[in-house]
Design a protein around this ligand. Structure first.
Ligand code: ZN
Ligand code: ZN
Ligand code: ZN
Ligand code: ZN
Length: 361
């Protein structure tokens, strides 16, 4: 966990960066990637490209701080490598019985599960008799437990990057009541020592941060099997007309890639919602889950031009909200594929993406 170093590889004569570390801070990561973080009064924090970026370039790559498999997938998705099986996985943690592994090797590798995480997960079932938490609330509680357990078991990890995440606390009484109940439940099932320095209020903040910053992990059937909390990817602001897309690789890296060329100095954005959804639905989700009224270029466009532009990036699989990311070799686009479901886009001429006069509406 202490390996630190970036591999710079020449790809298409432009530098793509790939990172293999876990304990690098967001600030360090940003320094190493072709992005710059700018803080501006009124606009907040945002990322811009520090050089012209080609389509399909990786602009950020990191390992999530926490990944949790949701309750309904626990016995079918490996807690360590996310490999999924149609039948029950063969290796269950005998102590908590709450996580499964695809192989003896994965079980051995999941050292972070031993101790605080395993102990706390084991107590969820024991203590949850009287409390009626919804499955979403229980999933949030699992993510809180894994995050706080890692803070304790892996002091070299960058918990302060979690501290820095945006936290939108709902102000209504009902939400406050549920959040308080969830925090009290976490305090009840986690050891005092593990929670040292963490107050009930900190736990409520963490739940709100998870709701605002964590994102779903999707399988090939387009089912959400878990969540990941990865502070670096939370630095990307939202746009309904994003120039980047986020994905999780087989080696559990969260990657953000450009979907089309981006000029140096331009802001880099991803979409927090399904970009295929109509404006009213997008705005609604953004307001309710992320607490802002989207006024992005596409949301204020009355000509339909932005909608038409975005259509050229939609994944062709109907239920998938991924975007097509090109692969470029020797200045030719060899394919455009969705990094969420792996579906390839229609084999058509994509050279417009590379042409000198490629323009964004
Ligand atoms: Zn595995
Ligand atoms: Zn366990
Ligand atoms: Zn918008
Ligand atoms: Zn897709």
């Amino acid at each position: 966990m202490t390996s630190r170093g970036f591999e710079h590889t020449k790809a298409n004569t432009k530098q793509e960066f790939v990172t293999n570390n876990e304990d690098i801070t967001v600030d360090e990561l940003i320094t190493e990637s072709p992005v710059q973080c700018i803080s501006e009064k009124g606009k907040g924090r945002y990322l811009v490209a520090t050089r012209d970026l080609a389509a399909g370039e990786i602009v950020m790559s990191s390992i999530p701080y926490t990944t949790t498999v949701s309750k309904s997938f626990v016995s079918k998705v490996c807690h360590n490598c996310f490999k999924e099986d149609v039948k029950k996985l063969p290796h269950q943690c005998q102590y908590c019985k709450e996580v499964f592994f695809c192989s003896e090797n994965c079980k051995k590798q999941a050292t972070m599960h031993e101790g605080a995480e395993c102990d706390s997960l084991r107590r969820i079932k024991m203590q949850n008799n009287g409390t009626k938490f919804s499955s979403d609330e229980l999933s949030d509680i699992r993510t809180v437990i894994c995050t706080l357990a890692r803070r304790y078991s892996d002091p070299a990890s960058n918990y302060h990057d979690i501290d820095k995440l945006v936290c939108n606390r709902p102000t209504d009484k009902i939400s406050a009541k549920y959040l308080t109940a969830m925090a009290k439940f976490v305090v009840k099932i986690m050891d005092e020592e593990v929670l040292s320095g963490i107050t009930d209020e900190d736990i409520i903040d963490l739940i709100c941060k998870i709701r605002c910053n964590a994102f779903g992990l999707w399988n090939k059937q387009q089912k959400c099997f878990g969540t990941a909390l990865s502070p670096p990817s939370s630095f990307f602001n939202h746009s309904c007309m994003p120039n980047c897309a986020r994905s999780v690789t087989n080696s559990n890296h969260v990657q953000v890639r450009t979907i089309h060329p981006v000029k140096s100095g331009q802001e880099l954005c991803i979409s927090y919602v399904d970009p295929k959804e109509p404006i009213a639905d997008r705005k609604n989700v953004l307001l309710n889950a992320y607490y802002f009224d989207c006024t992005c270029r596409r949301c204020i466009d009355t000509t339909g031009e932005c909608d038409r532009f975005m259509q050229t990036f939609y994944c062709t699989k109907q239920a998938c909200n991924g975007l097509l990311v090109p692969t470029i070799q020797n200045n030719v686009i060899t394919e455009r594929a969705c990094k969420i479901c792996s579906r390839k886009g229609d084999a058509k001429d994509n050279s417009w993406l590379l042409s000198e006069d490629f323009t964004i509406p």
